[in-house]
Design a protein around this ligand. Structure first.
Ligand code: PL3
Ligand code: FE2
Ligand code: FE2
Length: 250
């Protein structure tokens, strides 16, 4: 069985501990940021993050159109994403890497398509699950792992970004918790359709991430922690969470 699923029995909230400063275990053991191999992998990973932040901006603006009463808050969250995007563009520049945006657009295309379909059909629950839960948990997991092995410039930027991402995740958790009695079925169906896409995206990025010294098992573990925490926070029970998480491995 996958290492990331061994956490399933111990679903305590990890949110607080994730925000505490982490011991820098890797400080003596960072990759060489100047090699062609590093820069080549970074050109795709950096592009994914830049594209992800731009799509997150677009998605929160779209969600605001379905939730006019939260428009002000959602616009605030959206604007943070543009700041994140600018930060990651600076990280690429700092390493003299040109981001492969064509690759990144393709990387997000399936999830992007599912979000657009949900938006057209005004399926707010699906939109929130895709953006505020799945994408944010993916970003949080990736940024936590990246912070441990990033160059000093990118590390500082990513530390600022990851704290904002918790605000985005918390927004989604709160809305879904308050509406769980009416949205649970849609939530479960949307999860079944979209969690496997996140798993595929993780598989697809794993080789490049490894060149940046980011371990795939660690990425999966961090993702499952953020994802399971979010579902627990929404008021789902352990069995429901286990069922939903299983969608990643079928
Ligand atoms: C939402 O706020 C942001 C969405 C971005 C999704 C990014 C997923 C990242 C996967 C690749 C991991 C690399 C992290 C390294 C950062 C330069
Ligand atoms: Fe972001
Ligand atoms: Fe975000």
């Amino acid at each position: 069985m996958n290492k990331s699923f061994t956490n399933m029995q111990t679903l305590e909230s990890n949110k607080k501990s994730n925000l505490e400063p982490q011991v820098d275990e890797n400080s003596g053991n960072l990759p060489d940021f100047t090699t062609d191999a590093y820069k080549d992998a970074y050109s795709r990973i950096n592009a994914i993050v830049i594209e992800g932040e731009q799509e997150a901006y677009d998605n929160y603006i779209s969600i605001a159109s379905l939730l006019p009463k939260d428009s002000e808050e959602l616009t605030k969250l959206a604007k943070m994403e543009l700041k994140h995007k600018r930060g990651f563009i600076a990280c690429g520049k700092n390493l003299s890497v040109e981001a492969d945006m064509v690759f990144a657009k393709e990387f997000f295309s399936k999830l992007h398509g599912n979000f657009q379909t949900a938006l057209e059909n005004e399926n707010l629950t699906t939109c929130l699950l895709i953006q505020a839960i799945l994408i944010e948990a993916f970003a949080i997991s990736a940024y936590h792992v990246y912070i441990r092995v990033a160059d000093p410039f990118a590390k500082k930027i990513t530390q600022g970004v990851v704290n904002d991402e918790y605000l985005h995740l918390n927004y989604g958790e709160k809305w879904l918790k308050e509406n769980l009695h009416t949205c649970k079925n849609e939530l479960i169906a949307a999860n079944k359709a979209n969690l496997p896409l996140i798993k595929k995206m993780l598989d697809q990025v794993a080789d490049d991430a490894a060149i940046l010294s980011m371990d795939k098992e660690e990425l999966m573990e961090e993702f499952m922690i953020a994802y399971q925490d979010a579902l627990l926070e929404m008021g789902l029970d352990n069995r429901e969470i286990a069922r939903m998480a299983m969608a990643a491995i079928v």
